[in-house]
Design a protein around this ligand. Structure first.
Ligand code: SAM
Length: 226
């Protein structure tokens, strides 16, 4: 039986990859990637040449069959998402589940590394050790319920958000009368910034700096900061 390595990749800065991740990518038989073009840039930087296969959210179930066949043939398969840790608001979780259920004697190993979630928490200056991670809020059904839950949460809540939706989210948060919202933007990249305040203060920040409504965002909401 082969090995499936779930490999974390950088979230912006290409130097944020572990030695073990590079060795795994160099030594595997094939790399399955959420988007082969995205991962090609990382592989080129580290001069890694490997057969690449696409496995994204749409093809995950079908491609899992293919990965299982390879594992049964004893191959070493690596999986990478576009950025950060696979399975965290990214493809990978269903692949791992399928392999664990249908090829239980294959080895499934984590090659840990960057994640926007942990990077943001590490510099947010939060008042609590615990937190709740919700990933992306649903766009429609379930959104209001999720927002109501955030408003009464004892623990900080961490969300992912896209630049197209960040202002809408801040409008919604402003109505909830929260103690503190922290936005961690463009982590590990040239325009990395962390802004904290109540939701109205963050809205004012983005109104004054429209250029900052770009890139990638982690939002940490402390409804009840002590
Ligand atoms: N699996 C990834 C991880 O481990 O962080 C997350 C993938 S999810 C599809 C992409 C979201 O993660 C972005 O919309 C943003 O909310 C967050 N994100 C990714 N890279 C980021 C960065 N450099 N700075 C801030 N947020 C980031």
């Amino acid at each position: 039986m082969g090995t499936l390595s779930i490999v974390a990749t950088p979230i912006g800065n290409l130097e944020d990859i572990t030695l073990r991740a590079l060795r795994t990518l160099k030594e595997c038989d094939v790399i399955y990637a959420e988007d082969t073009r995205v991962i090609s840039k990382l592989l080129a930087r580290y001069e890694i040449k490997k057969p690449l296969q696409r496995l994204d959210a749409v093809t995950e179930a079908k491609k899992a069959d293919e990965v299982i066949e390879r594992l049964e043939a004893g191959e070493r398969v690596a999986f990478v998402s576009d950025a950060g840790t696979p399975g965290i608001s990214d493809p990978g979780a269903r692949l791992v589940k399928a392999v664990r259920e249908r090829a239980p004697s294959a080895t499934v190993e984590a090659i840990p590394g960057a994640s926007a979630l942990t990077a943001a928490l590490s510099i947010a200056g939060m008042d609590s050790n615990g937190f709740t991670f919700l990933g992306f809020l649903p766009h429609k059904k379930g959104r209001q319920t999720a927002l109501k839950g955030i408003a009464v949460s004892e623990l900080p809540v961490v969300l992912y958000e896209s630049p197209h939706r960040i202002l809408k989210l801040l409008e919604e948060l402003a109505m909830l009368k929260l103690s503190r919202v922290t936005i961690a933007r463009e982590l590990t990249k040239m325009h990395e910034e962390v802004v904290s305040g109540n939701a109205e203060e963050i809205q004012a920040h983005f109104a004054a700096h429209p250029d900052a409504v770009r890139g990638e965002f982690v939002v940490i909401i402390e409804a009840k900061r002590k």
